[in-house]
Write a protein that binds this ligand. Structure first.
Ligand code: V4E
Length: 245
């Protein structure tokens, strides 16, 4: 995430063994590899994620991803192509994150429970990240105040690619992710400053997908889909029926 408030438009794809070679063939340049740990937080009754709001701590930095449009609005324009792409507003400023979380909880209209419930939400069988920095750090009393607990935790190895020049792929980034619970996924993404038109981002993503020979029109599962399906199946089922995933 590069700005405090922007919209991330992205399309996930299944990675073939030769994806890196394919990326280089279409002019993508590897800009680096990194490893990061994500911890996702929600209330015990999943007030945030059931509203498509995703609060995480990535390597000690707080990030909030929330939906920008309704499913109906999503379908305006290029129906099938738009459905393959997700778009989420990204907030990285902690005060703005707290404000937004409170707002979402308020919309939940009193559903929020008191702070002293027992709710170790991370499932017992979930893989444990070794040697990763403990998050949250510092004064995180706001988590307790808002009754937020960690429900998912995993580490990702990411290899990122961009395209040079001013061509069709300018501003496009491709991430190849390998999660420590054994799932790999690729993402073609464009960050759009909030308020700007996303149609050009959708076109760029589509063009890149075509050049990579990605013909599938099925939605591809993200890391979180697979994590929840494996380790929190009940919540996963609720998110599916709410059409969040
Ligand atoms: C599950 C989810 C969110 C949390 C995870 O977001 P994701 O983009 O998959 O993670 P990651 O690690 O690639 O984040 P990045 O580094 O790119 O910021 S945010 C929204 N969702 C729901 C969701 C959905 N409904 N459909 C798709 C295609 N992706 C996510």
């Amino acid at each position: 995430m590069e700005s405090t408030m922007s919209v991330e438009v992205e399309r996930k794809f299944v990675c073939d063994a030769d994806i890196q070679k394919q990326l280089e063939e279409i002019g993508a340049v590897c800009i680096g590899q990194k490893q990061f740990q994500d911890k996702y937080f929600d209330t015990p009754d999943f007030l945030l994620t059931l509203r498509d709001v995703w609060l995480r701590c990535r390597q000690g930095c707080w990030e909030l991803k929330c939906t920008t449009v309704t499913k109906a609005e999503d379908r305006v324009g290029e129906p099938q192509k738009a459905e393959l792409c997700s778009r989420y507003q990204e907030i990285t400023n902690l005060s703005q994150i707290q404000l937004k979380v409170r707002e979402v909880m308020k919309e939940g209209n009193g559903e929020q429970k008191t702070a002293n419930q027992t709710h170790p939400v991370v499932h017992q069988d979930t893989p444990k990240t070794e040697g990763a920095e403990n998050c949250p750090t510092g004064n995180e009393s706001w988590l307790m105040e808002l009754n937020l607990v960690c429900f998912a935790e995993f580490t990702t190895q990411r290899c990122s690619f961009t395209f040079g020049g001013e061509g069709d792929e300018s501003g496009v980034r491709v991430d190849l992710d390998q999660a420590d619970f054994g799932y790999c996924v690729g993402e073609i993404e464009v960050l759009v400053p909030k308020g700007e038109d996303i149609q050009s981002a959708l076109r760029k993503i589509e063009k890149t997908a075509q050049r990579l020979g990605l013909s599938g029109d099925q939605r591809v599962q993200g890391k979180m889909d697979v994590y929840l399906q494996r380790y929190c199946p009940e919540h996963y089922a609720k998110l599916l029926s709410a059409h969040i995933l």
